[in-house]
Design a binder for this molecule. Structure first.
Ligand code: IMP
Length: 377
């Protein structure tokens, strides 16, 4: 008999809705702060703060230098993908650090340069890190589809000892035990999610995975327990399957500090791929890091290339990032205002959520009218 058989199904973010709280002058849309900690600092330094609770995924089809520069200018971060040679990745870090800083929102290091973040793997971090550090990388994320491993534990400990100033994230995990393990080994933030990404077939291929809401709840419970013991608030990053403001706000209300998204960014002008017209429709290619296409580099995130855990396809090309992000952040602020919360920390502590039935989700969409396309009048 298995050690544990949970008979309650795991839940996705889409199954939850927020209940409104009392909106006050302190929680009007203009007074809301979306600031959120990138990591828990290792030394007695102030925690580096993101200005928006969204980061871009470490994927070939998403996070090159152009998106990383745009995101840092807008107060976020894009994790430069690790599925490339070390010298190429270090050159991308250098490009971010050399960009000119022209935005008030920009996320900066102590020397006034844009913040740069990169994904690394548990196989070649000893060789890869010196180049990234020489290029000025500020934060690295150990990027694994299953981060609850001895190898990630070793890598975290090695990096934390040798590079105490580097902000170090671990992941992905989907259990409280996974969280405890990574934090014991030096992770200053923990990424959560397995099986939910838009290009992900891990659940189909291996039968492992968990609904992201349940994963976040389990990990946040462990994080809050850890905070009670130590006073350290380790940021939790919800990753895989999020694509809308509605997903983001539910993840934050469940206790995540920020979210990572891939598909959301893949279609913007600043992602690496060119626009391709298919039957007159402008598209951009988007593929998983565990797909055959990404594995042609030598993907170390997934099963050393024995079989694929991701697919490839297209998303609509949707123009520049700034308006998409502004629209998404406006909806997040509006939801926080409805909940009477002026900060993400307050939302994490005071939000009230409810599971909704499939029929109430249907009722929540436009229904029973002949609907006109937006802006057609
Ligand atoms: P999305 O935002 O739903 O497109 O999901 C992006 C996330 O999926 C990434 O941040 C990774 O955690 C995960 N991911 C990326 N590539 C793959 C893959 O090939 N298989 C499974 N998961 C992947």
């Amino acid at each position: 008999m298995a050690r544990k058989i949970l008979t309650e199904p795991s839940r996705t973010l889409m199954e939850y809705r927020l209940l409104p709280g009392l909106t006050t002058p302190a929680s009007t849309i203009d007074s809301i702060s979306l600031q959120t900690p990138l990591v828990w600092p290792r030394k007695a330094l102030p925690a580096p703060q993101l200005r928006i609770p969204i980061v871009a995924a470490a994927m070939q089809a998403v996070s090159g230098p152009r998106l990383a520069i745009t995101m840092a200018r807008l107060g976020g971060v894009a994790f430069l993908f690790g599925s490339q040679g070390s010298a190429d990745q270090a050159a991308m870090v250098a490009a971010v650090k050399e960009a000119d800083v022209d935005s008030e929102l920009a996320l900066l290091d102590a020397r006034g340069r844009l913040l740069a973040a990169a994904a690394i793997n548990t196989h070649d971090y000893e060789e890869r890190l010196p180049g990234l550090i020489a290029a000025g990388v500020d934060a690295v994320c150990l990027d694994s589809s299953d981060g609850h491993s001895f190898y990630q534990g070793n890598a975290l400990r090695w990096i934390a000892e040798r590079y105490p100033d580097l902000h170090l994230m671990g992941g992905n995990v989907i259990t409280g035990r996974g969280f405890d393990y990574l934090v014991e080994h030096g992770a200053q933030a923990v990424k959560v999610g397995m099986g939910g990404g838009s290009i992900c077939i891990t659940q189909e291929q291996k039968g492992t995975g968990r609904g992201l809401a349940t994963s976040v709840i389990d990990v946040v419970t462990a994080r809050d327990r850890h905070r009670e013991k130590t006073g350290h608030h380790i940021p939790i990053v919800a990753d895989g399957g999020l694509g809308t403001a509605r997903d983001v706000i539910v993840a934050l209300a469940l206790g995540a500090d920020y979210v990572m998204m891939g598909r959301f960014f893949a279609g913007v002008d600043e992602s690496p791929n060119p626009v391709t017209a298919v039957a007159g429709r402008p598209l951009k290619a988007y593929w998983g890091e565990g797909s055959a296409r990404a594995q042609s580099w030598k993907s170390l995130r997934y099963n050393q290339g024995l079989f694929v855990e991701g697919v490839e396809g297209y998303v609509d090309a949707i123009g520049p990032l700034a308006p998409l992000l502004a629209d998404t952040l406006a909806k997040i602020r509006a939801a926080m205002s409805s909940c009477g919360c002026s900060s993400i920390r307050q939302l994490q502590e005071e939000a009230e959520l409810e599971l909704v039935s499939a029929l109430s989700i249907r009722e929540g969409e436009a229904h029973d009218i002949l609907r006109l396309p937006e802006g057609s009048q």
